[in-house]
Design a protein around this ligand. Sequence first.
Ligand code: SAH
Length: 344
Amino acid sequence: MKILQDLSFTELENLIEQLGEKKFRAAQLNTGLMQGKRISAINIPAALKDGLLQEYVDEPLKIVQTLTSSDGTEKYLFSLADGNVIEGVLMKYEYGYSQCVSTQVGCRMGCKFCASTLGGLVRNLTAGEILSQILVVNALVKMKGGSVKKVVLMGSGEPLDNYANVVRFLRNLAAPTGINISPRNVSLSTCGLVPQMRSLADEGLGVNLTVSLHQTTDEGRARTMPIAKRYSIAEILEACNYYFKKTGRRYIFEYTLIDGENCDREHARQLIALLKGRCCHVNLIRLNEVKERKLLSATDRQAYEFLGWLEKGGLSATVRRRMGADIGGACGQLRASFLEGKKC
Ligand code: SAH
């Protein structure tokens, strides 16, 4: 079965014409899809609906579980048409809502601190499955009088390991006929797939690039991130320079603080030496401990001390706010616990 939400508006118009219908039906159909409706619930002629439903999935994704935090953050578990599950998070800020979406079922990057990769990669999500996470959540947010304003590709999966689908999703998301979320309001996080970072710079999209650094040397990085054996920090920094040159966008480094691994004074000194003078920002993340792993989070005190060192060294940095701590667990934990429950 195919997914209608994968298509751009022009492709949707072509499809409607191929089915022998008038072009304006594409706009009608598109309005319903962008409101997060399933095909069968959209107001179009029955013959067209039947024709579409023979080839396309009625509902590519639906919410099967919602957890709400006292700070307003919501975590969703979505099920896909083939029964796979993925998760997402909705955070409320002063400017509106920001949604964290998944790009793959599972992940094959193998980072030691991350729950999303525990079962390996199951499959890539299509562009329409990534978009549908936003469409169904935006429909709920609209009922509260708001809308999703920002999107972060920081759920399960490595976005640049699913390059073609992610780029298609970004184009459809930004289209005026879509839900019109500009690439400036989208952040893509990568563990550092250097060739794809360079290709992304050439796409002319201008999304915010975020790179998971987490260490200051290649040897240290390889202890928790297998991808460090393939691409060096020097190559990552060159690709970031290229991204900045092509897009004019400042880039962000994520640095998850792991006790005894990467947050002493020497690491701060090395990080300053690596990043000083670059047009970048460092986001310090306190590790969400994953029960299958032995790694421990830095304390709040360690985190703010590390922040102080970086600031004194001239870097722009912040400690990321912990949102939804009470519904918590690490990225990927909701899916992991759901699957565990299913086994018993
Ligand atoms: N594959 C992408 C997106 C991952 S999720 C990437 O690697 O960037 C977004 C961020 O959360 C990444 O920086 C990732 O390294 C970090 N992360 C993963 N597991 C974490 C955990 N248990 N605690 C804190 N941060 C974590």
